[in-house]
Write a new protein. Structure first.
Lengths: 498, 277
């Protein structure tokens, strides 16, 4: 896929080099010897105490202070050949923004980020940095502890937002071309921002009543405050992007209908909106949720504030969440915050295979989340009213690595046991939403219901129609969706100007 | 935000809502639904589409007042705006030349089945309506049905409607009188649909029901509306709402519809207290 790269594109390499050669960068590099930089310790992200935060939905991480950010930025060696940029799906000029922070020019750092990433305050919070930029950081190789690039990204973009000097870049004269973006999630917001900055008229069509996609319905307030998302969406609106909520492309209008309204190019970013279930007995009992439903009720519909808000959600005594990814972590920590005495992760592989960000697993454990690893549910048990009361589990062993590269779980016969639970959340992934594929004749589909694209251009089988994010990948990350979106936006621009 | 053109009481506890939604109106087909949210603190609920007028740009739904959301909707007036009115959602009903079709409509379903009645007649069917209503005041749109149906009968104990029993009896009578009946379509409360499907099962008459489980997004994203049909889990919002009534796990549907019963009462108590204060 597009993200497997070991070499930067030549033009990007040249651009990074030019920045690297700037006089201020040279001076800054010389001002502190590398040995000195290596001595600095990674600044610990200030976070609210676990005992306090597990009772509310306010943000866990509090952000670095300016002093901490500059100290952390000083740890960056400013490599001549920065590997961190290779690890970033949108190829942010990481050394430049980090060095601007070291210099104390926080606003300039934020603007530098925005040259390549339209949603830095979000990525700084939700990206799996440990397996991307920070994985390749030279400091990690040298000392074992990489520069906290994600925390610095968050710092710079928060600084800009809180400073009140949000910069709207100068917009080129309108091209008169109209592009339609389907889905206001991370991919759609990115495409919209890029195209608006290139002078095109962009409308985002969103099925739900608020923009953000997974950022609004999926990721909880305690990890990504809604105010931050709202600021990002407002920024797009100031760039001239129109956001039409409660508009289901495929139902309210098809892509063909929108063509008739003058839209010349399309980006499908409708996401992985189809939850997977395990197809085990009892899965339709009352009290068994998909993670999508559970999180949507709590986040988008604000069920945590029921009955002030009208949408209810179960408040469990014992909650079990099946899965080991970020969505599972978000669900289990939500259950805890809604008052569960016990909130348990049930995951069929071992800890090292868990796909969740390390920080999320760590935060969850601090909050008292239990992990039952190498375990899978095999049956849900209900009472006479059809309400969930228990789940039967089976222990698993690990065999040889499978196609995903992770060791395959193998059931251990005779290891079955029962846990009393009154809430179960199935967070085992999701498939691409079929609505647009079903209503768009000629759109070529892959075997998992995903939209097929040319990875170099994100073009679909239909001319002028591009796609990216989970509708193509079937359940990946925010930043990979944004990486797809950047490629697609550049191609859509070319297509519109052809 | 979508503006309300009309909100009127059709019968006690049954209201009509006509909303200005030109794009939705252009796409409506019989059997589809919209998701409505009355205000920004409200819940998203599905309402069956009862009529539309592409020229006027309006879409009409009929709803029964049961909980907080429908009570809020019933309190709105022409000119007010809704936070959400999105659609049309779900697969349209199958309309074809079947022969004789019996429509069993009760409660909000009298409204919801009206587009199908019209379309089935236009497709050349003999259309017989059986309107289920506890009393004569609850049977609305009788004139509309009489205008397109070949026959209109009632399921009621109100002599004013010329009926002395509820489904299944009057349905069984109709199926006998109208034999051969090619298809029955039942829309209304879960019990009416269940009872209709039970009545037709021994006769092997294909029976379509429009399921009404709890929904959130209505586009297949959350799975709240899952139900079992043909032995498999289905999402009513995208795989339905129409299903073969003989293939539905009714016990599961009844049970899942009651998922939030206690919370619904709590919410309603709070709403009524705040309204009366």
């Amino acid at each position: 896929m597009a993200e497997d790269k070991n070499e930067l594109a030549p033009e990007l390499k040249e651009k990074l080099r030019a920045e690297f050669e700037q006089d201020w960068r040279k001076e800054l590099r010389k001002s502190v010897p590398a040995k000195e930089r290596m001595k600095g310790t990674r600044q610990k992200m200030p976070e609210r105490a676990a005992g306090e935060r597990r009772r509310d939905f306010r943000e866990v991480n509090q952000g670095l202070t300016a002093e901490m950010a500059r100290a952390e930025a000083r740890r960056c060696l400013d490599c001549a050949n920065p590997q961190c940029v290779l690890g970033c799906p949108v190829a942010i000029d990481i050394p430049s923004f980090v060095k601007l922070i070291e210099k104390g020019e926080f606003l300039a750092a934020a603007w530098k980020l925005k040259e390549t990433n339209s949603l830095p305050a979000i990525c700084g919070r939700v990206c799996p940095q440990e397996s991307q930029c920070e994985e390749r950081c030279a400091m990690k190789k040298a000392s074992g502890v990489p520069v906290a690039i994600g925390n610095l990204e968050r710092f710079a973009s928060d600084f800009e937002r809180l400073s009140g000097s949000l910069k709207i870049p100068p917009l080129p004269p309108p091209t008169g071309k109209k592009a339609a973006v389907i889905g206001a999630g991370p991919a759609g917001l990115t495409v919209a921002g890029d195209l608006a900055k290139l002078g095109h008229k962009v409308t985002i069509f969103e099925a739900l009543h608020e923009a953000g996609g997974v950022l609004i319905y999926g990721i909880p307030e305690f990890r990504l405050p809604k105010a931050i998302l709202k600021a990002e969406v407002d920024y797009l609106k100031r760039l001239g992007v129109e956001v039409r909520t409660s508009f289901v492309v495929g139902s309210t209008a098809t892509i063909e209908d929108l063509k008739g309204q003058g839209y010349a190019a399309f980006f499908i970013g409708s996401g992985a909106g189809l939850p997977n279930f395990m197809k085990i007995p009892g899965e339709n009992l009352v009290g068994v949720y998909s993670a999508n439903e559970y999180l949507t009720r709590v986040n988008l519909m604000r069920a945590y504030d029921f009955p002030a808000y009208d949408t209810p959600v179960f408040r469990a005594r014992t909650a079990a969440v099946v899965g080991g990814g970020n969505v599972a972590m978000d669900s289990v920590r939500t259950a805890k915050r809604l008052g569960a005495e016990r909130a348990i992760i049930v995951y069929r592989r071992s800890r090292v295979e868990m796909p969740a960000r390390i920080e999320e697993i760590h935060h969850a454990e601090q909050e008292g989340i239990e992990l039952q690893l190498l375990t899978t549910p095999i049956r849900y048990i209900g009472d006479a009213n059809g309400r969930l009361v228990a789940m039967e589990c089976q222990k698993m062993g690990l065999g040889e690595p499978d196609a995903s590269g992770r060791r395959r779980p193998i059931p251990i016969e005779g290891s079955e046991y029962t846990i009393e639970v009154d809430l179960a959340v199935c967070a085992i992934g999701q498939s691409p939403n079929p609505l647009i594929p079903q209503t768009t004749p000629g759109l070529k589909m892959g075997k998992w219901g995903n939209v097929e694209v040319d990875w170099a251009t994100m073009a679909t089988s239909l001319p002028g129609v591009y796609a990216g994010g989970d509708i193509v990948r079937g359940g990946a990350t925010v930043i990979l969706a944004m990486g797809d979106a950047r490629i697609a936006a550049a191609q859509i621009d070319r297509f519109l100007r052809r | 935000m979508p503006k309300i053109l009309t909100r009127e009481r059709l019968a006690p506890n049954l209201h009509l809502l006509e909303v200005l939604a030109p794009e939705v109106a252009r796409k409506c087909r019989p059997g589809q639904f919209v998701i409505v949210m009355p205000d920004e603190k409200g819940e998203r609920i599905p309402l069956s589409i009862a009529d539309w007028d592409a020229g006027r740009g309006s879409v009409t739904a009929v709803f029964l007042v049961v909980g907080t959301t429908t009570r809020k909707l019933a309190a709105l007036r022409a000119g007010d705006e809704l936070a959400v009115f999105v659609g049309p959602l779900g697969r349209p009903s199958e309309i074809g030349a079947f022969g004789t079709v019996v429509l069993v409509a009760g409660c909000f379903g009298i409204g919801a089945l009206w587009p199908a009645a019209r379309a089935l007649k236009a497709a050349g069917n003999r259309v017989v309506a059986l309107i289920d209503a506890k009393t004569a005041e609850l049977a609305y749109w009788k004139d509309r049905y009489r205008a397109v149906c070949d026959k209109v009968a009632f399921s009621s104990r109100d002599h004013a409607l010329g009926s002395n029993g509820f489904v299944p009896k009057p349905l069984e009578n109709l199926l006998e009188a109208e034999a051969p009946v090619a298809r029955v379509i039942a829309v209304g409360c879960t019990y009416l649909m269940y009872a209709s499907a039970q009545a037709t099962r021994p006769l092997g008459i294909k029976t379509i029901v429009s399921l009404n489980p709890i929904m959130v997004d209505g586009t297949g994203m959350c799975g709240a509306c899952r139900c079992t049909a043909e032995g498999r889990t289905k999402f009513a919002c995208v795989d339905g709402p129409d299903f073969d009534g003989h293939q539905v796990d009714w016990d599961e549907l009844f049970m899942r519809r009651k998922s939030y019963f206690d919370d619904e009462i709590r919410s309603l108590c709070r709403y009524e207290e705040s309204e009366l204060a």
